[in-house]
Design a protein around this ligand. Structure first.
Ligand SMILES: *Cc1c(COP(=O)(O)O)cnc(C)c1O
Length: 391
């Protein structure tokens, strides 16, 4: 089927929940993807910071093939070696922790909220305005953008939002019922808004002094995206709970709650569960993906090429007045414009580049971590042309 036929038939069969780009993706290899009309694209979106190893990476394919021939799913009422191996790896990356396996970012956050309430025996969860934590009811209530939650009232109670970066408001909002503060280190959907070190250090201190748990939502920032394995390492933060998903398994759906050993004891048999969380297949693929990030030095690549990318984008900022900011860490970069950026996304796509516009006016660049300098160079000359055109 051609792009057009697929697009025309979607509304008849599929709920109308996404504003989609007008192409159907057929296949990919490395940093490239192709649509159903055979057009080639360089992928600077990576399925929303998911395909960290690009497309069809041999290590992912090998893990998928070998594990699927053994067993795909077996239920969490049995033990499975792959879960153990992956949990060992994750707890090496974040020491003195234990893991719960889920299937998505929202589900990881839901579980983290349950764990925080169960462990602290307190009820309230504080999150930041402009944050994004997922679409399930509690996660969307934690999400600090009312447009996502308002239509779905009544929402779960016990959620409060404070301005990201405002310590005074946070101090005024905490009380004896505050169970946890959940934050993204860098607000992804919110427009790649970076928090600063002194803010996070102070939040950490406030949490310690008041027996409040700090939950860092690293669903988008984790697994090398920000030039560190986790964004918490940028500021040397030690959260009580880290939630992860997106980039954990190179495109295979998975999420996880990684909690410090003490907090992890909050969950006892019967408290939480999921049918699919941590299947042998998902664990094998996640293990292969994370292992590849480590062995192929992709974190270093993310840091180095991220810095290079930002330097080149800053040169464009000097050239075009409508570029207001270039920000982010590693290969999670936001280019804030004075105007809406959807036209730029269209023009880039027509030229064979996939990029994303978030928070109306921020171009979000989250390419696979395997990206090369040459890819960035041709991207820069393309986007320069596009900027020229709209200038
Ligand atoms: C994408 C995202 C989520 C939600 O993850 P899903 O897998 O879509 O449920 C939660 N938090 C952050 C920071 C995200 O970027």
């Amino acid at each position: 089927m051609k792009n057009e036929e697929i697009m025309e038939n979607y509304p008849k069969y599929i709920m109308n929940t996404y504003s989609r780009q007008p192409i159907a993706i057929s296949h990919g290899k490395g940093v490239k993807v192709w649509d159903n009309n055979g057009k080639e694209y360089l992928d600077f979106f990576a399925g929303i910071a998911v395909n960290n190893l690009g497309h069809a990476h041999q290590n992912i394919l090998k893990a998928l093939k070998e594990q699927s021939e053994k067993i795909i799913h077996c239920s969490n009422i049995y033990y499975n070696e792959n879960q153990l191996e992956l949990a060992k790896l994750l707890t090496q990356l974040i020491p003195n922790t234990k893991v719960f396996f889920a299937n998505s970012g929202a589900e990881a956050n839901e579980g983290a909220i349950k764990l925080a309430r169960k462990y602290t025996k307190k009820t309230e969860i504080i999150s930041a305005k402009n944050s994004f934590h997922g679409r399930t009811l509690a996660a969307v209530t934690a999400t600090g953008q009312l447009k996502y939650s308002e239509p779905f009232k009544p929402l779960p109670s016990g959620f409060k939002h404070v301005k990201f970066g405002d310590l005074d408001e946070l101090k005024e909002t905490i009380n004896s019922e505050t169970a946890a503060i959940i934050l993204e280190v860098i607000q992804g959907e919110g427009g790649v808004v970076t928090g600063d070190e002194s803010y996070f250090k102070e939040v950490e201190k406030i949490c310690k002094e008041n027996n409040i748990l700090l939950i860092l939502d690293e669903v988008q920032t984790g697994f090398g995206r920000c030039g560190k394995m986790f964004a918490s390492e940028l500021f040397d933060l030690k959260p009580d709970i880290t939630t992860v998903a997106k980039g954990i398994a190179g495109g295979f759906p998975m999420g996880a709650i990684i909690a410090n050993e003490k907090v992890a004891e909050g969950f006892q048999p019967g408290d939480h569960g999921t049918t699919f969380g941590g299947t042998p297949l998902a664990c094998a693929v996640a293990f292969a993906s994370i292992n590849t990030i480590i062995t192929e030095n992709l974190i270093e690549n993310s840091q180095k090429l991220g810095n290079y990318f930002k330097t080149e984008l800053l040169k464009l900022k000097d050239k075009y007045n409508f570029i207001k900011d270039v920000r982010g860490y590693g290969l999670m970069i936001g280019v804030k414009l004075a105007t809406n950026c959807s036209e730029i996304v269209d023009k880039a796509r027509e030229r064979g580049f996939l990029i994303n516009c978030t928070a109306n006016n921020v171009i979000r660049l989250v390419p696979p971590l395997i990206i090369k300098k040459e890819d960035i160079d041709i991207f820069i000359s393309m986007i320069d042309e596009v900027f020229q055109e709209i200038n």
